[in-house]
Ligand binder design. Structure first.
Ligand SMILES: Nc1ncnc2c1ncn2[C@@H]1O[C@H](COP(=O)(O)OP(=O)(O)OP(=O)(O)O)[C@@H](O)[C@H]1O
Ligand SMILES: [Mg+2]
Length: 279
């Protein structure tokens, strides 16, 4: 089935969420693919864009390397559009644009292009009606790829690993968001911070979670993603944990996260003046 055949439903543009944190290994990819899967599970049309040359989201959603033909690299280089690059994943109703190692070179290939920060945003323009949610899995670091993600997004979702240096990195990331708002995307909202790899048996996890909540208040989701071995096993089977073991604590946590996110969206929409975007 091609994307053009998919049920396009309401002609509203998608909620584009960049999953970003410059720190490596904090749960960005795990959160992007499982959140997207949880959205698809409740019949929301969702697209994941893998913006990381490592291709972890592509692997985690079961896209074989040989099938990564049209990728986010082609999207940023203007050589493919969303429709031709989107491919179906093993999750019914979930589409993705895979990545490839060539994406590493984009920063240099686009160095002389004045619109280099807006490439993904332009690619998404007019192409988001097929989807209700677009989740962008950003790479670690704050280079051009992450910048493209933040410029294209309506909001940023920050996974934060419950460990000692979590807050230190967060301050830098919040500064970056401010600069992106000033220079590129004034309406970039904060979707929220999600605490990941929380370990109940570890006092430090609890301490970090408390500190983050004190610092950011309501921006932090109540739902906490526990450290769970089924979550870490799932990618090696090419499946999100919701397919690999939907009864696991990790899978359930991502379902709770989606319902909390939708509740928050509804609450924000109810408060917003008529015609205004939800904040
Ligand atoms: N809740 C969890 N429980 C156990 N392991 C987890 C959990 N979340 C993520 N992991 C594991 O931790 C590692 C890092 O997670 P992930 O790849 O999602 O982070 P990332 O922020 O995308 O990393 P990178 O910065 O390299 O892109 C992976 O091996 C993943 O399987
Ligand atoms: Mg990743």
């Amino acid at each position: 089935m091609s994307l053009a055949d998919a049920d396009t439903g309401r002609a509203e543009s998608a909620r584009v969420i960049a999953v970003a944190n410059q720190k490596g290994g904090v749960g960005k990819t795990t959160t992007a693919i499982n959140l997207a899967t949880a959205l698809a599970a409740i019949n929301k049309r969702a697209l994941v864009i893998d913006l990381d040359p490592q291709g972890n989201a592509s692997t985690g959603l079961g896209i074989a390397v040989a099938d990564r033909v049209r990728t986010s690299y082609h999207l940023l280089m203007g050589e493919a559009d969303i429709e031709s690059a989107a491919t179906q994943t093993i999750v019914p109703g979930l589409w993705m644009i895979p990545s490839e190692p060539d994406l590493t070179g984009v920063e240099f290939e686009l160095v002389t292009e004045s619109d280099r920060a807006f490439r993904l945003r332009s690619a998404l323009e007019g192409a988001t009606e097929q989807f209700e949610y677009v989740l962008i899995d950003c790479p670690p670091g704050l280079g051009l790829l992450t910048l493209n993600g933040l410029v294209a997004a309506r909001s940023i979702l920050i996974p934060l690993q419950c460990e000692f240096f979590a807050l230190e990195g967060l301050t830098q990331l919040l500064g970056t968001i401010e600069r992106v708002r000033k220079g590129f995307n004034p309406s970039l909202e904060m979707e929220g911070v999600v605490l990941t790899m929380f370990d109940r048996r570890n006092n430090l996890s609890e301490q970090v979670a408390n500190d983050v909540r004190q610092y950011l208040g309501a921006k932090v989701f109540d739902t906490v993603i526990p450290r769970n071995v089924r979550v870490s096993e799932a990618p090696s089977h090419g499946k999100p944990v919701l397919l690999y073991d939907f009864r696991s604590a990790g899978a359930r946590a991502y379902m709770y996260l989606v319902s909390e996110m939708l509740r928050r969206e509804q609450a924000a929409a109810a408060q917003a003046p008529v015609g205004a975007a939800a904040v």
